[in-house]
Design a protein around this ligand. Structure first.
Ligand code: C2E
Ligand code: CA
Ligand code: CA
Length: 525
């Protein structure tokens, strides 16, 4: 009982009882006074008083009804407003689909999953990312891109129940297929790809995008939908790396790969900060004179324990994480300093990543580094792969023009392995073509397929009057072949592997000595 009087209700009851007692006593005194006053009043006056009180009471009653009505309207408005704000917070305004917040808060999804009482609840989560959306966006403009995304979301909506298709932002979507049997998931993923890759009309233009898909199952891959979605994202990442229009199921190995990669990414950041990635230099040989005409800077990452990580691995990570710009600036600055050790006619060749060809400020960044090091632009040659020309050919052409105008030479690297066409070659001002080492290693005998391809590549560069470098020369037979074909420059293990800066000067001296000796021998014979 005492607890009751301590509660809010008990306290209110006590306060009301006390108030009523006070009112009663005050009211009783007033009542006596009013009663005696009434005795002195005439009947007409009392009538007037009663009428006034009645009218006043009625007016007050109507007034309160109006206020209650207003209050109800306000409450309704606020309710609508709250519902609208909630919708905005949980939906993507462009497509009207629920967003990541809605997914992560289970607001829409969890009740739908629990609804299925007849069967053991299960679902497959598909993470979908469009391939080539950026290109289409550039082609049709942002409004056209928006329309494409709306069409894509409508197509996806056909694959799942209402509230089970989400847009997580950009060109990322999630489809939750309730009750889908595990063995049907793969086919379902392919059907989504098939549907999304059908052309979409935007204004007068027909556009086509691709789709990469990763999927994982609930509850098999996690009790929480967020965990399952994280796994379908991992599968998506793997699918993306396999090329466009791939659908992949999550597998535990993928998670290990992601963890290993995240670890390597952290180590790469540390290595860049600590300056542990250094340029090594592989000689470029003028095949006519046999002299060294340049060095190609190749990045080398040696850990404190002496282990090495291949540039094919860490350059890719640096490109994907955006670390490439910092790494590039660091390596180029060192390489410019190192190249001052060499005679002036020796060129420094430096690789550019495809992602750097999206940087309009690339040329000015390079010039700044050259200026700081005091190296003339003519001593630098940048190597660009064919793949760097695909993403934005116009921008690539303008960057190549800028480099040219600044006096920097431009070489087309790994020629023959990418996707460039002959028409593309004519469009860009290359000073040099580097025939990829895969063509050299596959050369067997005159007249075979590989020989014919190499002949075609050499004829092309001769026709365009562009110098040719051949990569990957490992033996004398290969050297003899390219000498005979009139190739200009050679590079490969036969001449030397990439070496640290400290060894380049002695390499140049020994090469000079070797040439000198062979000149004397040939003069005497
Ligand atoms: P790349 O530009 O085609 O470089 C030539 C690659 O061929 C180098 O591999 C080199 O060591 C290797 N090589 C040279 N001669 C021979 C040979 O006779 N036989 C064989 N089998 N291989 C030979 P590396 O150093 O592993 O570099 C691999 C790739 O990594 C490079 O290919 C380049 O694309 C990239 N890379 C290296 N350093 C950098 C850098 O600083 N920046 C950028 N963006 N990419 C770099
Ligand atoms: Ca290269
Ligand atoms: Ca190459």
């Amino acid at each position: 009982m005492p607890e009751f009087f301590e509660s809010r209700a008990g306290k209110q009851l006590l306060a009301l009882t006390a108030g009523a007692l006070v009112l009663w006593s005050v009211g009783y005194v007033w009542h006596l006074q009013i009663f005696s006053a009434f005795k002195t009043l005439s009947v007409d006056t009392i009538d007037a008083w009663v009428l006034s009180i009645f009218i006043f009471g009625l007016a007050s009653f109507v007034y309160s009804l109006l206020r209650i009505f207003d209050l109800r309207k306000e409450m309704h408005r606020q309710h609508q407003h709250a519902r609208r704000s909630h919708w905005i917070a949980t939906h993507d305004h462009l497509t009207g689909l629920p967003n990541r917040y809605a997914f992560e808060n289970f607001e829409i999804l969890q009740p739908l999953l629990n609804e299925d009482d007849d069967h053991q609840p299960m679902a497959t989560i598909f993470s979908i990312d469009l391939d080539g959306f950026k290109k289409v966006n550039d082609l049709v403009g942002h409004q056209g891109g928006d329309q494409l995304l709306r069409d894509v979301s409508k197509r996806l909506a056909a694959f799942a129940d209402e509230g089970c298709v989400f847009r997580f932002g950009g060109d990322e979507f999630i489809v939750v297929a309730r009750g889908l049997a595990p063995e049907k998931s793969g086919r379902f993923g392919n059907l989504i790809i098939h549907s999304l890759t059908r052309p979409i009309q935007v204004g007068v233009i027909w556009c086509q995008v691709g789709a990469s898909i990763g999927y994982a199952r609930w509850p098999e891959h996690g009790d929480l939908l967020q965990d399952v979605c994280h796994k379908s994202d991992i599968a998506l990442y793997e699918a993306k790396s396999k090329g466009a229009n791939t659908s992949l199921a999550f597998h535990e190995d993928m998670q290990q790969k992601v963890l290993a990669r995240a670890k390597l990414e952290g180590q790469l950041r540390d290595a860049i900060d600590a300056g542990r990635i250094k340029p090594f230099y592989q000689p470029l040989i003028d095949l006519r004179s046999g002299a060294v005409c340049g060095f190609e800077a190749l990045a080398r990452w040696t850990e404190e324990d002496g282990s090495n990580v291949s540039p094919l691995i860490f350059i890719t990570i640096a490109e994907e994480t955006g670390l490439i710009t910092t790494l590039f600036q660091q390596l180029l600055a060192t390489a410019c300093e190192d190249s001052k050790l060499w005679p002036e006619e020796i060129v420094l060749a430096f690789n550019l990543s495809p992602v750097q060809m999206e940087d309009r400020l690339l040329t000015s960044r390079i010039l700044e580094i050259l200026k700081t090091a005091g190296l003339p632009p003519a001593r630098l040659e940048v190597e660009i792969t064919e793949n760097a020309l695909i993403e934005d050919p116009e921008l690539a052409a303008s960057i190549i023009d800028d480099l040219h105008n600044a006096g920097i030479q431009v070489a087309l690297d790994d020629f023959g392995t990418g996707y460039s066409s002959l028409a593309q070659l004519a469009r860009y001002k290359f000073d040099k073509i580097k025939i990829d080492k895969s063509f050299v290693s596959s050369l067997r005998k005159k007249g075979d397929r590989h020989d014919k391809i190499v002949q075609a590549l050499l004829n092309l560069s001769k026709g365009l009057e562009i110098k040719t470098t051949v990569e990957g020369i490992e033996d004398n037979a290969q050297l003899a072949y390219f000498l005979q074909e009139g190739c200009d420059i050679g590079q490969g293990y036969l001449f030397g592997k990439a070496m640290p800066a400290s060894e380049t000067v002695s390499f140049l001296e020994s090469r000079d000595r070797m040439l000198h000796t062979s000149t004397i021998v040939s003069a005497h014979s």
